[in-house]
Design a binder for this molecule. Structure first.
Ligand code: NAD
Ligand code: UD1
Length: 337
């Protein structure tokens, strides 16, 4: 299939491009580069062994720009990564988050249907479960109260896409609820490249290890977890990327509506991650215990068996692979791209 990949220059999008080409698909990338660097696309092309990947520096809120892309390419489906994702920033700038994420998706979906392209895979998040009613989280678990506008954009867009599919069953809509993506392509050529001080755990750890930051602050050690620190379902980004290829196969089978948790099903604490990083990579990661971070929950991991049963997807990489590949990327690219 020929796939429109919105946000394809970003962390998850760039890794997904590789898995798409490996599986025999082709892609057209649309990205406004608000949180990414075009060098990522050059490196993806090198890894795949093509001269370049068709790329449009276009904002998904730009209807004419999207129309031009659909006029120039025959597109079978869209994998929709484009969006703003910084939780703290979304609290400061809610309008910008709703306008970019929701406004952009509404324009995208309207242009898609105008061109008869009614297949979409949407990047959702475990954040839609709020403080989850059950652990491990299954897709039966009710959605919860999000603690920030970023999370609400995911929750609301899930509803928008479900309603569109219900009204017009020609649509195939797959919502992938990612747990905590980490790691990098094993080549070390592409990886996560946050702007400024990282919000998420793994890029903070790698920046401490490479000497860019002094120490990791561990946000709370009094949670009801085995060692008191927060437990999450970390998933290697290459596994996550592969889930999109499986979701495309489901779309090829005319799956209608599908919602899937994409995680490993294993929960690791903050200190588990630090210890694995130090053991596997032989580097020091100084840390100190800090107060809890507002909005954090104690434990979040999933039951990924629905994705295995219906998509034939399951995670292959473990915690040692995740910390090794995160470090490999950071060490080779201490300043990012
Ligand atoms: P990222 O910021 O690296 O990638 C998103 C890309 O979208 C960036 O390249 C950015 O420039 C682009 N973009 C943003 N707004 C745009 C617009 N209006 N028009 C065109 N391009 C635009 O983020 P990522 O980590 O690769 O995440 C991809 C998707 O997965 C996002 O929707 C994110 O919310 C979701 N997600 C990410 C995580 C995570 O931890 N990384 C977890 C759950 C869900
Ligand atoms: C966060 C977002 C979530 C988003 C997800 C993926 C919040 C409240 N939630 O999830 O909406 O979908 O990222 O982008 O921001 N930690 C530290 N020190 C740090 C950083 C993190 O101890 O410097 C801890 C956290 O308290 C948490 C764990 O590490 O227990 C993972 O944190 P993080 O990587 O930010 O992911 P989430 O909070 O799970």
């Amino acid at each position: 299939m020929n796939i429109l990949v919105t946000g394809g220059a970003g962390f998850i999008g760039s890794h997904t491009l590789i898995e798409l080409y490996k599986a025999g698909h082709t892609a057209v990338v649309v990205d406004n580069l608000s949180n990414s660097n075009p060098v990522a696309l050059q490196r993806v092309a090198e890894i795949i062994g093509v001269t370049e990947i068709p790329f449009y520096r276009v904002d998904i809120r730009d209807r004419e720009g999207l129309e031009r892309i659909f006029a120039e390419h025959k597109l079978d489906a869209c994998i929709h990564f484009a969006g703003l994702k910084a939780v703290g920033e979304s609290v400061e700038k809610p309008w910008e988050y709703y306008e970019n994420n929701i406004g952009g998706t509404l324009t995208l979906v309207d242009v898609m249907r105008g061109h008869g392209c009614k297949n979409i895979i949407f990047s959702s998040s475990a954040t839609v479960y709020g403080d989850p009613a059950e652990i491990p989280i299954t897709e039966q678990c009710p959605k919860g109260q999000c603690t920030n506008p970023y999370g609400w954009t995911k929750s609301m867009l899930e509803q928008v896409l479900m309603d569109i599919q219900k009204a017009d069953p020609q649509w195939n809509v797959v919502l992938l609820r990612y747990f905590n993506p980490v790691g990098a392509h094993p080549s070390g050529r592409i990886g996560e490249n946050p702007n400024g001080i990282p919000n998420n755990l793994m890029p903070y750890i790698t920046q401490v290890a490479v000497g860019k930051r002094q120490e990791l602050g561990v946000f709370g050690n009094d949670y009801p977890t085995p060692d008191g620190t927060g437990v999450r379902d970390y998933i290697h980004v290459v596994d996550l990327a592969a889930a999109h290829v499986c979701a495309l196969q489901a779309i090829g089978r005319k799956c209608g509506m599908g919602i899937y948790n994409i995680g490993t099903g294993k929960g690791y604490s903050v200190l588990d991650m630090v210890k694995a990083f130090v053991k596997v990579n032989g580097v020091e990661v100084p840390y100190s215990i800090k107060p809890r971070r507002a909005g954090d929950i104690a434990t979040c991991y999933c039951n990924p068996s629905k994705a295995k049963a219906e998509l034939g997807w399951e995670a292959r990489y473990g915690i040692d692979d995740m910390v090794r590949d995160s470090w490999h990327w950071q060490r080779q690219n201490p300043e990012g791209y």
